[in-house]
Every structure is written in C-alpha cells, then in structure tokens.
Design a protein around this ligand. Structure first.
Ligand code: MSP
Length: 679
C-alpha cells in the first residue's frame, strides 16, 4: 500500500483576481505534491476558492452583479491560471458547491449536537476585510490590516472556543511541529494562552453564506464555512458509502500550507472545530511569508500586484516555436524556480522583475542550461549522438563527489520546507561541475582525438569524463523535476531517457544511483533549454503590468451579459493618474445643515473649506439628521461644476461610501486642516 499524502493550499477569496502571491502558495504545494508522488506516495492535492461572506457580497455589489455570478467569474480565473501553469491539483473545491454546503451544515449540526454551540447577543468591532471580530474600541482600525472596523451588534450562534484552551496548548506542546515556522508557533501559543474567547459563528446582517440548519436567517461564519473545505472535499457530510470511504482514506490532512496571516484560523479555530466534532486533526500547518512588491505586501487593496500571466507571457515568448500551452509551462517553471530559490520559505521576500531576470540568467541560462548544453553537445558531436561508454567504474573527479551526497542534502532541506537551501545545494554542485569542466577543458581533449584511431586515449578519456558529467546532469535533473517539471522534462528527453513524468511514476527519480545512466543510450534532439534573457524583458514585463493588466476586480461589464444596445459606454478598467488628478477632493466642515421644504431626500449644507464657504445640496436627508452633521468634517468634490436643484445652487458633492444600509460619510480619525486636498 502506498503511503498517502493529503496537502492543501488556502482557498482563495474571489473578491479579486489572482496575483503571484496566490500563485506562490499554490505552486509551492504543487512542488511538494510532485515530489511526494515521485517518492511513491498517493497524493491528494487540494486547492479552490472561498466564495461566501460580506467581503464577496460587497465586491459583487460594487460590480453590479449577483454574488454567484461574480464568484463564478473569479473562481474561473483562478482555475484557468492553475491550468495554464500546469498545476497538478487533484480537486478544486468551491464553497458554493452543494457538496460543500451540505458538509458545512453537517459540521454545524454536529458541533451543536455535541454541545459546543450556544446563542447570545454580542456587540463588537468587525473587520470585513479579514472577516473577523477584533478586540478594539469603536472607531479604532483593525489591528491586523489597518482598515476601519464596523460596530456590529447581533444575536449570534457562538462556538465554545474557550473550552479548548488546554487541549490546544497540549496539542502544541505534544506535537511541536504541528505549526511552523517557530515564530508563527510562538504567536499562536501566546494568542491561546491569552484570553481565549468564544467565537461568534453566525451572522444575520447579510445573507451571502450557508444558512444555519434550522435557523435560516443566520448564515454560517465564513471562516467556519471555509475551513471545512478541507474535509468536505473528501466527502465529509455525505451519507454515500463512497464518500465515507474517501473521508476515511484521506482525512486527516498531512499538510495545510497557509499564508502567515491566517495561521490563527488554521492553528486555533480549525483544530478546535475538529476536536468538537470528534474528528482527527491535521498533522501539520506550515506558514509561508508574504511576497512584497515595492516594499509592502502584494495585495488587491494596495494595488501593488504582479500577475503570474505577465511572467508566463514574457518568458513564454522565449520559445516562439512552441504551442502557447507549452510556452506557459516554461514561464511557470521560471516563476516556480525563482520564488522558491529567492525567498527563504516562511519569511517575507521582495519580488522584482529585475531580481527575476538576474536569477534566471545567472542560475538557469548560464548555470544549469549552459552546463547541459555544453556537455550534451560534446557527447553528440564526438560519440555519434549517444551516451558515451565509460571505461571506469570508479570516479575520481570532483563531479562525482559533488553529486554523491546531493540527494540526501536536497531531501533534508526540502523536507524541512527550506526550499531555497535545497536548491542552493544543487547550484553549489553545478558550480563545482562547471569548475571541473572549465579546468579540464574537454573541448581540448576532443580536439586532440585522432579520428582514425578507435582506441585513441583522448577519446577514452573524453568518454569517461562526459559520462561523469552526464550522470551528474541526470541526478540534478531528477532532483529538480518537482520544481521545474517542464524544463527538466526537456533535459530528460535530451539525455535520451524519454518521459520524465513516466520516470517519476516508475520510481526512477528517487534513490538515485551513480551509474544508472545506460551507456550507449541514444540522445534526444538537442536544443537550448533556457535562452538568455535580455535586460529589456524587465521593461516589457513592467509595461505589460501597467498597460495590459485587467482591473484587479473585474468591472460589471466583464461579468454581466452584454446588453444588446448598451445604454452607457463601457467604463474603462483604469484611469491614469492624470485623470485622478482632475478630481479635487478636499476636507471641509459642515457649518449649516437644514432640510429643504418638500424635498424629502435633500439637505442644504454650508461647508467651510478654509478659504471659502460653499453651499452644497446632498441627497442624504433620509439617513442623517441636520444636527448629526453640523460641525462634522467631511470630504467634498470641490471642483464639480455648480448646478441648480430645486432652484438652489449646489457647488460640490459630499463623498460617502455607498453601503447597503446608509451612505457612510468619508472622514478622518486625525485632525486635518480644512481645505486640505486628498491625493
Ligand atoms: N479565503 C481565505 C483563506 C481560507 S482557507 C480555509 C484567504 N484568502 S486570500 O485570498 O486572502 O489569501 C489566501 C492566501 O493567498 C494567503 O494565505 C497566502 O497564502 C496567499 N497570498 C495572498 N497574498 C499573498 C502575498 N502577497 N504573498 C504571499 N502569499 C499571499 O485568506
């Protein structure tokens, strides 16, 4: 029976399109999945999308489409990207699927039946972006992401999280590697040691979620819903015999790979839910750090994202003769290698196109690629396109010793998630081999061969040397396969070894033995694997990001069916900074506010802009009384052309967030001088 290995990525929110931060977690899992398979494990690799909750509901509303339609669009984009990148996930779960809903409701009922759920009223500060209550005073921003929190008071269902404090601490104590890296583990432990409060697990203020069974005005808390994906995907909650078997086979998961910001959910809430439901716990939670771009976390809200598509397209263009699908796989390899080599896993790391191109040229084009092409071309030329037949069984070159212990050291680092070190060990070997090749100068030996003498000593020496180097290349290529499946497949075929995927399946990429390369094997067709990159590609990628990127959140026009006769011209996805600069947003203070006779919706305001006083008519009378507004600091569009309403001139507009309940007026926590411009 093969060992089973079940690993998961976080499921991605569908409020915005994928970027390389998302690709990072997913490709890291793919690398692990491929390696486990080549070791002989039966692997279940799960990814998917997290589609419920207020955040998604609001994004869909902003785009003007129903949430399901919005979720379908973005979830499809994630799925397509993973396909383009050749990722080998076994399943792709969407939390809006019936199989998942059924499982989540079953989990809720089980927690209820086991006595871990009660109802109570709670008033607190909620961060919609993180979908979590925060222990901060009203008006204070979210301590995790800095965005404003909202005061929410609701009768909710509660999970008795506090009852699990000791059990959780015992778990961390007994299984020290349950959470890694240790920095994250320490944070989790101190969170649990603190005041571990019960957790609100239902909401009534919106309805885009899975209803609480038997009390449908509540929807289940999005994190309870989302975390359950790890079990619903393998059949939890289904009565079908096949699903029960599937669950028993795969659960518990061997590894949850998660971003460091969501470890509290995975290391505290999730094990507590599972304990309460009487289910086994996952074996490990490993956190990856953040990809930073221009110094801060790459994220939709900061707008500092880089899309994986840019890299697939730019590097794919190096292979103009290949079909687009293969170009994408080549580009994906470059991204996979770069992210795992450049950033020590678990730590934050900066992404830049410059670093990507520098590493590509140094490690792939000039390093691995150049070694392969030098050696294989010599063999091809001097040994009739075959692997040379060596005369010796023992090898004394630096090469043999450089790769002798390579698999062991590579595996050691890889299994502790130190991917960068695993790759570094390979590149150390490559540079030793390169040094060996340069100092021996096989081309000189080749030049001295007497073609009419079959037993010429130069030919014999060259055969021995090339065989050594080709063996080293085979071993390196086998180890690199999970990281660069496409490029290593090319090298493998050039070595005459056929399909690397087959080799992985047949156990030929593990327990690598020196001498397994069969002398006399016919080499495949040779060709460059990693063409050198011109620095100009940096500008090409930068331009692609600036000009060709679709908006991070799709516009309504992209999601909604296009009307036969559009009533309004399509809105462009982006405006330039110059366009934005045309809008003069300024801070003002309301001096006078009064109702306008016979106009239920309008208030007449006089606002102080520091240098002048303006009259503005605002359609907020249904939501704000004049008294609430007087003295309040607001933001106005100061250069809006004046217009007449109800016979009165309105010069400017008050800026407000268009929430479902009432327009929330833009304001500041700081004391900003009147007239200050917003930029
Ligand atoms: N939906 C939740 C997870 C639920 S899991 C049961 C969520 N989604 S997310 O889309 O906001 O982020 C998911 C994951 O994407 C992060 O945990 C992280 O793994 C990855 N990343 C998103 N931005 C990232 C970076 N800038 N850098 C590295 N990883 C990033 O949280």
């Amino acid at each position: 029976m093969p060992n089973k290995f079940y690993l998961t990525t976080p499921i991605y929110y569908v409020n915005a399109r994928p970027h390389i931060g998302h690709a990072y977690s997913t490709l890291a899992c793919d690398v692990i999945a491929r390696r486990r398979r080549l070791l002989g494990d039966e692997v279940y690799f799960l990814t998917g999308t997290d589609e419920h909750g207020q955040k998604i509901e609001r994004s869909a509303k902003a785009a003007g489409v129903p949430p399901q339609q919005f979720a379908d669009k973005i979830s499809g984009e994630f799925r397509n990207l993973w396909l383009r990148m050749g990722l080998t996930n076994t399943d792709y779960i969407r939390t809006t699927e019936p199989r998942h809903k059924q499982g989540v409701q079953h989990l809720f009922s089980t927690l209820q039946k086991n006595g871990y759920i009660y109802k109570a009223t709670y008033t607190g500060q909620y961060c919609v972006s993180d979908e979590a209550f925060q222990d901060v005073p009203p008006g204070a921003p979210c301590p995790d992401c800095g965005r404003p929190t909202e005061t929410i008071s609701e009768e909710n269902y509660y999970f008795k999280l506090s009852a699990f404090k000791e059990k959780l601490l015992a778990l961390y104590d007994e299984q020290p590697d349950f959470i890694s890296p240790s920095t994250v583990r320490n944070e989790v432990i101190s969170f649990v040691r603190g005041d571990l409060k019960d957790l609100s697990i239902s909401r009534t203020s919106f309805d885009w979620g899975i209803p609480v069974p038997g009390d449908e005005k509540h929807v289940i808390y999005v994190w309870l819903d989302a975390l359950a994906n790890y079990i619903t995907t393998v059949g939890y909650g289904s009565e079908a015999a096949a699903d029960k078997e599937k669950l028993a086979k795969w659960w518990p998961a061997d590894l949850h790979l998660v971003g460091k910001e969501i470890t509290r959910f995975h290391c505290v809430y999730w094990p507590a839910f599972l304990m309460a439901a009487g289910l086994p716990l996952p074996k490990r939670v490993v956190a990856n750090g953040w990809l930073l771009f221009e110094e801060s976390k790459m994220s939709k809200s900061r707008g500092n994202i880089v899309r994986a598509e840019t890299i697939l397209d730019a590097f794919g263009a190096f292979k103009p003769d290949l079909p687009k699908s293969e170009q994408d796989l080549f580009g994906a390899d470059v991204l996979r290698y770069f992210l795992l080599r450049e950033i020590p896993f678990g730590q934050d790391g900066s992404f830049s196109f410059d670093a990507l191109v520098t590493r590509y040229n140094a490690d792939l084009a000039n390093g691995y690629g150049n070694l392969v092409s030098r050696i294989l071309n010599l063999a091809h030329k001097h040994f009739d396109g075959n692997v040379p037949i060596p005369t010796r069984n023992t090898f004394s070159t630096a090469t043999a010793s450089a790769v002798g212990t390579l698999e062991a050291s590579f595996n050691g680092s890889f299994d502790s998630f130190v991917f960068s070190k695993a790759l570094e060990s390979i590149w150390n070997a490559i540079s030793i081999i390169d040094g060996d090749v340069s100092s021996i100068a096989p081309w000189k030996i080749a030049a001295a061969i007497n073609p009419s003498d079959q037993f010429d000593s130069n030919r014999i020496q060259l055969a021995d040397l090339l065989y050594d180097w080709m063996e080293a290349i085979r071993i390196i290529t086998a180890l690199l396969y999970p990281v660069m499946p496409y490029a290593t497949a090319q090298v493998w075929a050039q070595l005459g070894l056929g399909s690397i995927e087959d080799a992985a399946k047949n156990g030929k990429l593990k327990n690598l033995q020196w001498g397994d390369l069969k002398p006399g094997t016919k080499l495949g067709t040779l060709g460059p694997i990693f063409p050198r990159a011109d620095k100009g590609i940096i500008q090409i990628m930068t331009d692609m990001e600036q000009k060709n990127s679709p908006a991070v959140v799709p516009a309504a026009a992209e999601i909604a069916p296009v009307p036969a006769v559009p009533e309004t011209p399509a809105t462009p996805s982006f405006i330039s900074i110059d366009d934005f600069a045309k809008v003069e947003l300024r801070v003002a203070k309301v001096l006078v506010a009064e109702r306008i006779p016979k106009a239920d919706k309008l208030l007449r305001l006089e606002v102080d802009l520091g240098t002048e006083t303006r009259q503005i008519l605002s359609g907020i009378a249904e939501f704000y009384s004049p008294e609430e507004l007087i003295g309040r600091r607001v933001v106005i569009v100061a250069n809006l052309a004046p217009r007449k309403m109800r016979g009165l001139e309105s010069h400017g507009m008050i800026v407000a967030a268009d929430t479902e309940t009432k327009p929330a007026l833009a304001t500041f926590l700081e004391d900003v001088p009147l007239g200050t411009r917003l930029k």
